[in-house]
Design a protein around this ligand. Structure first.
Ligand code: GLU
Length: 442
């Protein structure tokens, strides 16, 4: 939405235009960012006087692109592209994970940073939104190579990260091990041991109890709250999970603890179906160290990867990558409730189809916020050099998500809006209010 800025009284010429897209984003790499902008567009009409500030959401505050050279074990030198984006820091330091993936692009990281801004504000954490990524295939690397990539990338983004500036965390293909290397690299470069520079660390070096399963657990807490309001019983509910990584597997285990059953799972290798329910703990053990053999799991029968979308179920949890639910597969979906474990799994077009069909879509910015909420707990525990019990953490997580979901549900009801627009409205209002109060510098 390029728009002409009116000439100020007394000015003979217009000042210029506010471009819709940043000029540094190449044409072939715009889709993820366009999707984020489309979601912002849907909230604009509801922002009232704050819409005056809304353009700050339509561009990241700063974008850092770095070269990450790697001396491979073979002696060859390779170069990967790395990114760290601060979408917005009006409400506090940047916060968001780091993703390793051969397809990750600048537009992906920008959109993911934007979703972090909205997510952190919607659940009312004192953070802005940030995200990082390195474009390479970690599965093709040795552990020594992974460590070198991580340490070099951490050094390069040292310009932006810091315990009060920007606090990275795990995301797709990163976890405790990578966070330990980043914490060590930052600490070696700065000369002071600084656990608070990352969250999602191993517990033995300042990580929080409950962080590993927090995103998946949060998905189920939010599903529980939605199901109560939709009159859907949790006991015996049939759940299909797409993606069985950190989020999908923890969500599946927690659903079963709550009395639901997992009737289908899909990952990169294919899909399985078990109408009577499968054991997610057995599946996690089965998959450990055996990437890609989901279809051989003895507790279920294999189905076509595409057939996964039409499986008869009550709840669907997309917990893989962005844009998995599109206008192509949305009409096949039979679940009454979709809870987004992944970031950006549903395209706006697919969401329209689903909503028209009466499906409730709980958006990522609340559905998968459990991870960053417990990251926040970790950061707070590190600041006071005191560790909370796991029970304490899970109770506080439950309370924050419960309150945040209740507010989103109420706002959606009050204004007759889809849950995503209501969540964005709550989050964006907080961000833009902070902007207005802080004022424009200079
Ligand atoms: N990567 C997670 C997310 O997308 C967690 C971020 C964090 O803990 O900072 O929300």
């Amino acid at each position: 939405m390029s728009r002409e800025v009116r000439a100020a009284p007394g000015n003979a010429v217009a000042l210029g235009t506010t471009p819709r897209l940043p000029s540094y984003l190449p044409e072939e790499d715009r889709a993820p960012w366009e999707m984020f902008l489309a979601q912002i567009d849907r909230v604009l009409p509801h922002l009232g006087r704050l819409s005056r500030w809304a353009d700050v959401l339509r561009r990241p505050k700063r974008v850092l692109v770095v070269d990450v050279p790697l001396r491979a074990d073979s002696g060859e030198i390779l170069h990967f592209e790395g990114y760290r984006v601060h979408h917005n820091v009006a409400r506090g330091p940047g916060k968001g994970g780091i993703r390793y993936h051969p397809d990750v692009s600048l537009a992906d990281v920008m959109a993911l940073a934007g979703w972090m801004t909205v997510k952190n504000a919607t659940v009312n954490l004192p953070y802005g939104g940030a995200k990082g990524g390195v474009r390479f295939d970690p599965a093709a690397c040795s552990i020594a190579e992974l460590e070198r990539v991580t340490r070099r990338y951490a050094s390069e983004i040292g310009l932006l990260i810091g315990p009060e500036q920007d606090i990275p965390a795990p995301d797709v293909n990163t976890g405790e091990r990578e966070m330990a290397w980043i914490m060590d690299t930052y600490s070696m470069n700065s000369g002071a041991s600084t656990p608070r520079v990352v969250t999602g660390k191993p517990v033995s070096m300042g990580g929080s109890l409950g962080r590993r399963d927090a995103t998946g657990r949060g998905v189920v807490i939010v599903a529980r709250e939605a199901m109560i309001r939709l009159g859907m019983p949790m006991t015996g509910a049939r759940v299909a999970v797409q993606g069985f990584g950190n989020v999908g597997s923890a969500a599946a285990r927690t659903f079963v603890e709550y009395g639901a059953k997992i009737v289908a799972v899909q990952n990169r290798s294919g899909a399985i179906h078990a109408p009577d329910g499968l054991d997610p703990v057995a599946l996690t053990d089965f998959l450990a160290g055996r990437e890609g053999s989901l279809v051989e799991f003895p507790g279920a029968h294999p189905i076509d990867a595409d057939a996964f979308w039409s499986v008869d179920c009550d709840v669907l949890v997309p917990a893989a990558l962005a844009r998995s639910i599109t206008s192509k597969n949305a009409p096949q979906i039979r679940a009454r409730l979709i809870v987004e474990g992944a970031n950006g799994p549903t395209t706006p077009q697919a969401e329209d189809i689903l909503i028209d069909a009466g499906t409730t879509v709980v958006p990522d910015v609340i559905a998968n916020a459990g991870g960053v909420i417990v990251s926040y707990f970790e950061w707070v525990q590190n600041a006071s050099s005191f560790a909370w019990s796991e029970q304490d953490i899970n109770l506080r997580l439950d309370r924050i998500l419960d309150d945040a979901f209740g507010a989103v549900w109420q706002e959606a009801r009050r204004l007759q809006l889809p849950l995503r627009v209501a969540a964005f409205l709550i989050g964006c209002t907080r961000v833009l209010e902070a902007h207005e109060l802080r004022g424009l510098y200079p």
